[in-house]
Design a protein around this ligand. Structure first.
Ligand code: HAM
Length: 414
């Protein structure tokens, strides 16, 4: 027996998934976003340059295919969609400003699999590219909040918010943080010691309680913002208040990718367990990393569909999920009635009536059991008598009532 690859999933019923995707797409249309699609494979350098050489995704998690000959570059299965969207923006000379797009599909990260964390997972990715005003972030976060709370009826999440300032702001802060960590060097864990040297802001992601207690007293990034950054941060908070968005300012939220500047946010729920963030994003700069001369701000997020669905499952009773179509099961009583059964099924299906035929002959009792298991609304019995008289016996499985109907009138009857 060959099993599926570690960290991947077989999803055998996509009903809830498709419902959530269709709601999300409708939501995107209301907010004037265009759907796009980019390839699943990209040149590796797109990700190494954009996400940051020292990030976990780049150092440990990429599924990379080496070049087959000297003229080729190595290729990577996309670990996220922001870099690809930005590449597509430039490569296709998009002139819209801002460019409001969404896309969804499989992403790949070589992570240690656990509940809510897979090596292949789906993201619903939303970007507003070339959007200088910080007000875009307020509109964006409100849009997500409305989607999760009003469209999906989820009420068990928190929006964590932080402001990373610009590179210059962070430089001053990083020096202060380095000083602070050096003073506490003997108390922090080995990973934090390493991060202190390589990717200092990531110390805040440490899971160790001891480290977290120490970081409760660490310098706060928002205390080192320039006047302009501080004004933007305050106006973002103010606008979110006016839009009635509830959020928690989390000074330790830094996010795992290097392209973020200014706003960062995460939607998380304790109901999900350890992997509790089901949506994350923020404001970022990527133009120069991709090779453009002029830098500009963009804002965006990705929703982890697997984690979102785990939450939606808990709240699905409050949702108007469309009922599955009522199914009619045709039972030919012997091989002699099978052709007629197929013709009758075709007739029903051509009239948009859901029909299926039980083609593996069995006893009447067994076929009725099977039809019941399939959730049949009606069972249409075709025996010798029916075949001879041009009729069909229709049994309503809810009421148990049977009626003989002319084959030519069965559509009208159903
Ligand atoms: P991210 O935080 O790396 O951000 O991923 C966003 C979401 O994808 C996470 O909050 C989580 O729900 C889901 N996710 C990530 N890794 C996994 C995994 N291994 N298994 C299951 N779900 C996972 C980004 O990817 C950014 N590109 C978001 C963004 C868009 N920022 C700006 N624009």
């Amino acid at each position: 027996m060959i099993n599926r690859v570690k960290g991947t999933q077989d999803i055998l019923n996509l009903k809830l998934h498709d419902f959530v995707i269709s709601l999300a797409e409708k939501h995107m249309q209301i907010y004037n976003f265009t759907k796009i699609e980019t390839p699943i494979i990209e040149y590796t350098k797109l990700f190494t340059r954009s996400l940051g050489e020292q990030t976990d995704v780049v150092t440990k998690e990429m599924f990379t295919i080496p070049p087959r000959n000297e003229d080729e570059d190595s290729i990577t299965l996309r670990p996220e969609a922001t870099a690809s969207t930005m590449r597509a923006y430039f490569e296709n000379n998009v002139t819209e400003k801002p460019w409001k797009t969404y896309s969804y599909g499989a992403m790949f990260r070589y992570e240690r699999p656990q509940k809510g964390r897979w090596r292949q997972f789906e993201q619903f990715n939303i970007e507003v590219i070339n959007a200088p005003s910080i007000m875009h972030d307020a509109q964006f976060i409100k849009m997500l909040d409305v989607f999760f709370s009003e469209k999906l009826n989820i009420n068990s999440y928190v929006i964590k918010l932080n402001f990373l300032g610009k590179i210059e702001d962070r430089k001053i802060f990083k020096d202060k943080l380095y000083e602070f960590l050096s003073k506490n060097e003997s108390k922090i864990c080995e990973t934090c010691k390493e991060r202190k040297e390589k990717n200092i802001l990531r110390v805040f992601d440490c899971k160790s309680e001891t480290c977290q207690k120490i970081y409760a007293n660490s310098p706060k990034l928002t205390n080192y913002l320039s006047e302009k950054s501080l004004m933007e941060w305050n106006s973002l908070l103010n606008t979110l208040d006016i839009l009635s968005v509830s959020y928690v300012v989390d000074h330790k939220l830094v996010r795992g990718l290097d392209y973020y500047n200014k706003t960062v946010f995460e939607f998380s729920s304790d109901e999900l367990g350890a992997q509790n963030a089901f949506c994350g994003g923020g404001r970022y700069n990527l133009a120069k990393e991709i090779g453009e001369k002029e830098e500009f701000d963009s804002t965006g997020c990705a929703i982890g569909m697997g984690r979102l669905l785990m939450l939606v499952e808990k709240y699905q009773n409050n949702l108007a999920i469309p009922q599955e179509k009522a199914i009619n099961i045709i039972l030919p009583m012997s091989e002699q009635q099978q052709e007629l059964a197929l013709l009758l099924a075709y007739n029903l299906q051509s009239n948009n009536i859901c029909a299926d035929v039980l083609l593996d002959t069995a006893s009447m009792t067994n076929m009725m059991k099977k039809a019941n298991k399939l959730g049949a609304k009606n069972v249409l019995i075709l025996g010798e008598v029916e075949q001879e008289k041009g009729t069909v016996t229709v049994k309503n499985m809810q009421t148990g009532k049977s009626e003989t109907v002319k084959q030519t009138e069965v559509i009208k009857y159903l």
